[in-house]
Design a protein around this ligand. Structure first.
Ligand SMILES: *Cc1c(COP(=O)(O)O)cnc(C)c1O
Length: 338
């Protein structure tokens, strides 16, 4: 594959790049396994950061090129993607309309007012709460139609910004990450990340393989079954390879999906999620999140404890952000001992 054409795509700078690649020494020592490094995409800098910012650089550029004046997107109520989209819209003087689905069975009183929802409001987005089972793409289409009828020029960003254009951001991230591992003299044995709507993992798979990286890219799924996540990742990876004019010979043998840390439902942290979040907070002073990166870290810890990785190996963990949602989940942490 070749990535010669990525610079041809319009892009608006939103992220603080490169994000750091840092060793998690205390966590690595505690687990007694591989050396774990964290790629800090929680530090992309846009209204508390996160992984959607890299995708939005390409999506917002496309919206501006089309003359849009409004960004529409959708997600769960505590969507980090929605919050980053609201911030990107604010930055470029665009209006923002968010379809927020009540899909998560979580009952903390602040779930619909704190965390990402508070930031959405601060950033000036208009919020449309809908039932959890509403078809989000259809809801966005209808909203776009309504706005068009009233003279607006809406641009619809798919859930999670997960489409080939958005995934270009993670093709770039792969290049950035591999330059950092080279510079630090690391030879990674795996890359572990939280995977949901699929754009992040898809971009990383294409970006890593295009640069000849042989290690597996392991997506810890935010919900079960893993086939649902794989079914999202695969067409986006094929699409982004296609966008780049790359020969689409993706080696799916080096792409893994792990759904045994997802728990009973999307957006619901398990005891293992809470344990992983508190362990990393206490050993590293690093905040994960209850929906994605906490589950992904629980997955990584589980893999180390099962002996999948051993001493002397190097594992990269992509921190995709999301700690803004912690404020909506106080009851998950209320029983933690100091
Ligand atoms: C959206 C999100 C993910 C998942 O990324 P996808 O590209 O949707 O698979 C992971 N972590 C956090 C914190 C997110 O907000």
């Amino acid at each position: 594959m070749t990535i010669a054409t990525i610079a041809d795509f319009p892009r608006e700078r939103l992220a603080h790049l490169p994000t750091p690649l840092e060793p998690l020494r205390a966590l690595s020592n505690h687990l007694g396994g591989p050396q774990i490094y964290v790629k800090r995409d929680d530090c992309t800098g846009l209204a508390t950061g996160g992984n959607k910012t890299r995708k939005l650089e390409f999506l917002v550029a496309d919206a501006l090129r089309q003359g849009a004046d409004t960004l529409i997107t959708a997600g769960a109520v505590q969507s980090n993607h929605a919050r980053q989209t609201a911030a990107a819209a604010a930055r470029f003087g665009l209006r923002c309309e968010l379809v927020l689905a009540r899909s998560v069975p979580w009952r903390d009183p602040g779930y619909e007012t704190l965390g990402n929802v508070l930031y959405d409001r601060l950033l000036g987005a208009r919020l449309h709460f809908v039932a959890g089972d509403v078809d989000r793409a259809e809801a966005m289409r209808r909203l776009a139609e309504r706005l068009r009828d009233s003279g607006a020029r809406p641009y619809v960003i798919p859930v999670g910004g997960s489409c080939p254009l958005g995934a270009l951001g993670y093709v770039e991230c792969a290049a950035e990450l591999l330059a950092q591992t080279d510079a630090q003299g690391l030879s990674p044995d795996a890359l572990v990340l939280a995977s949901g709507s699929g754009g992040t993992q898809a971009g990383l798979v294409v970006g890593c393989q295009a640069r000849g990286a042989a290690f597996p890219v392991i997506g810890v799924c935010d919900e079960t079954p893993w086939e649902a996540v794989a079914g999202a990742v695969r067409p986006i990876a094929d699409g982004v390879a296609d966008l780049l004019g790359a020969v689409a010979d993706i080696d799916w043998g080096r792409v893994e999906f792990l759904d045994s840390y997802a728990g009973p439902a999307y957006g619901v942290p398990t005891a293992e999620t809470v344990a992983a979040i508190s362990l990393v907070a206490r050993l590293e002073g690093l905040l994960l999140d209850p929906v994605y990166s906490g589950k992904a870290m629980a997955g990584l810890i589980g893999l180390v404890r099962q002996g999948r990785f051993r001493e002397g190996q190097t594992v990269l963990f992509l921190h995709t952000g999301g700690s803004a949602a912690l404020d909506a989940y106080p009851s998950a942490f209320v029983n933690l001992e100091p």
